[in-house]
Design a protein around this ligand. Structure first.
Ligand code: NAD
Length: 496
């Protein structure tokens, strides 16, 4: 059986592990590897190595850091397929989608290659007589990144390229469900010439996460995952004095106005609802149809759903399995709950026809109509291939619905009316908005993050907010000696 273990101080961990977890290929339902779970002692070993490495890396020149990042970018680009295969094998998403994930992560690496420009401070000459004032930004120390199963390469890459470029060392704790991509990334860094200990991978569960949360030498925590855990990380991390950004769950609405191009909207709904089997934090899970469009829209969506092929993501299919049997059963239970609560099940994805292993974690695309706001399938994040249609009478009713939901990650509006779209971008209480774009994931030089229960902390991921998160500001007020500036003055410093 393949063993997946930690990567500390530039090498794979050689010690034994008291606890391990099974890693499945979700398309076959077969265990393909066992992953070590880090104990508090192993976490401490990784943190100490990362701290040592930080003290040297933080004083490395911007030229050296940029060269290392460029080298990493080239290696990552040339190994995209290797990484995507590892993602498909353990996550289940189709290969082309896994390539897309790596490509979006690569964009953040490219953004971080511009770190000399991003770290430039301000300089004010002669702020007062003979006095110059300038600002600098410095790295934090050892930064922990705790990531979810649904983007095992891209989500860590939202953070670590910028953290490393800014002079920090990092420890990644990837999801125990698909742990291999993080180790591949560690090997790419080694090949790129990153000093040992700057990039570390710890595998594990709550024990590893809690040890990171409590460790005094961890300076910051970047978490992405479900809302209850995000809230826990934020509260516990900030209480122990760490800088924390914790991105949580989502329930993304797509508002379809009566003047929308319904073919474009139906394509978008199917792509954003069922891509990656709905296991995306930016997946569309609720269609808010402003009447009279619902009947026509649903017919178009049904036509498209009938053509979707579900199966092993390493073959030519549209949608792969869910990540685990437990998760598949949880999503199936939501379908059952929707039926019980009175929603109309238009397409039932339970017992789908699939091309893949019999024991795979299958669930086909599912569509509900006549969903109402109090139903659990509307309130909860399902995180599976289940799309709900809510019918509303007006733009205002649709907007009020979206704004009253507890999540505020992403949303989209489909319309030909520029004025309505502009009003929507201004009025909607959501962090990322698409206008005729269903999955509005910001490019690397903007920042990614939601509002309300979709993000705890005030800093979003990557872009300039990412640079800000991984650095601390200092302002220097300086005067170079000139005898004419001497003399006693007990007053508060003022500019003269
Ligand atoms: P999860 O919350 O179960 O796990 C996330 C991480 O937390 C993993 O590394 C896991 O090992 C760890 N963890 C799990 N239970 C823990 C506990 N009790 N204590 C401490 N750590 C714990 O999430 P998941 O199922 O891996 O991922 C899916 C979730 O992530 C969805 O809710 C999705 O919306 C969210 N997500 C959000 C974004 C975003 O940008 N907002 C992006 C991707 C995924």
């Amino acid at each position: 059986m393949k063993r997946i273990t930690h990567y500390i101080d530039g090498k794979s961990y050689t010690g034994a592990s008291e606890r391990t977890g099974d890693v499945y290929n979700p398309a076959s339902g077969v265990v393909v590897a066992q992953v070590d779970f880090a104990s508090a002692q192993v976490v401490d070993e990784a943190v100490r190595s990362a701290k040592r490495a930080f003290l040297e890396w933080r004083v490395s020149t911007l030229a050296k850091r940029t060269q290392t990042l460029f080298a990493f970018r080239e290696i990552l680009n040339s190994r995209k397929e290797e990484l995507a295969h590892a993602i498909t094998e353990e996550h289940g998403k189709v290969f082309s989608d896994a390539i897309g994930e790596v490509t979006r992560g690569l964009e953040v690496v490219e953004f971080a290659c511009g770190i000399p420009h991003l770290l430039k401070g301000g300089y004010s000459e002669s702020a007062s007589t003979g006095i110059d004032v300038y600002s600098i930004r410095q790295p934090l120390g050892v930064c922990a990144i705790i990531s979810p199963f649904n983007f095992p390469a891209m989500v860590p890459m939202w953070f670590f390229p910028i953290a490393i470029a800014a002079g920090n060392s990092v420890i990644i704790k990837p999801s125990e469900k698909d742990p291999s991509p993080a180790n591949l990334l560690a090997h790419y860094w080694k090949e790129a010439g990153l000093p040992d200990g700057v990039f570390n991978v710890l595998h594990g569960d709550k024990v590893a996460v809690d040890s990171l949360l409590e460790h005094p030498e961890i300076s910051s925590l970047s978490f992405v995952g479900s809302t209850p855990i995000a809230q826990y990380i934020y509260e516990k991390g900030t209480k122990s004095g760490k800088r924390v950004q914790a991105l949580g769950g989502a329930k993304n609405h797509m508002l379809i106005l009566p003047d929308a191009d319904l073919d474009l909207a139906a394509d978008a709904a199917v792509n954003a609802g069922f891509g990656s089997a709905g296991e995306r934090c930016m997946a569309i899970s609720v269609l808010v149809a402003v009447e009279p469009v619902a009947d026509r829209l649903i017919t178009k969506i049904e036509d498209r759903m009938a053509k979707l092929r579900t199966g092993d993501g390493s073959t030519d299919v549209d949608m792969g399995p869910l990540v685990t049997a437990v998760h598949r059963d949880k999503v199936a239970a939501y379908i059952e709950a929707g039926v019980k609560e009175g929603a109309t099940l238009v397409v039932d994805g339970r017992n789908p026809a699939v091309s893949g292993g019999e024991a795979g974690f299958w669930l086909g695309p599912t569509l509900f109509d006549h969903v109402t706001p109090e139903m659990t399938i509307y309130q909860d994040e399902i995180f599976g291939p289940v799309l709900s249609v809510i019918r509303v009478k007006s733009y205002d009713e649709g907007l009020a619905l979206i704004n009253s939901h507890k999540y505020g990650n992403g949303t989209a509006i489909f319309t030909h009316d520029g004025g309505a779209a502009r009003r929507f971008q201004n009025e909607v209480q959501v962090g990322m908005i698409g206008i005729n774009v269903p999955i509005p994931v910001p490019t690397a030089y903007y920042s990614f993050g939601g509002w309300k229960n979709s993000l705890f902390g005030d800093t979003h991921a990557h872009g300039t907010e990412g640079v800000h998160f991984f650095t601390r500001g200092k302002v220097v007020t300086s005067r170079w000696l000139d005898p004419s500036h001497g003399g006693i003055n007990l007053g508060f410093p003022q500019n003269r």
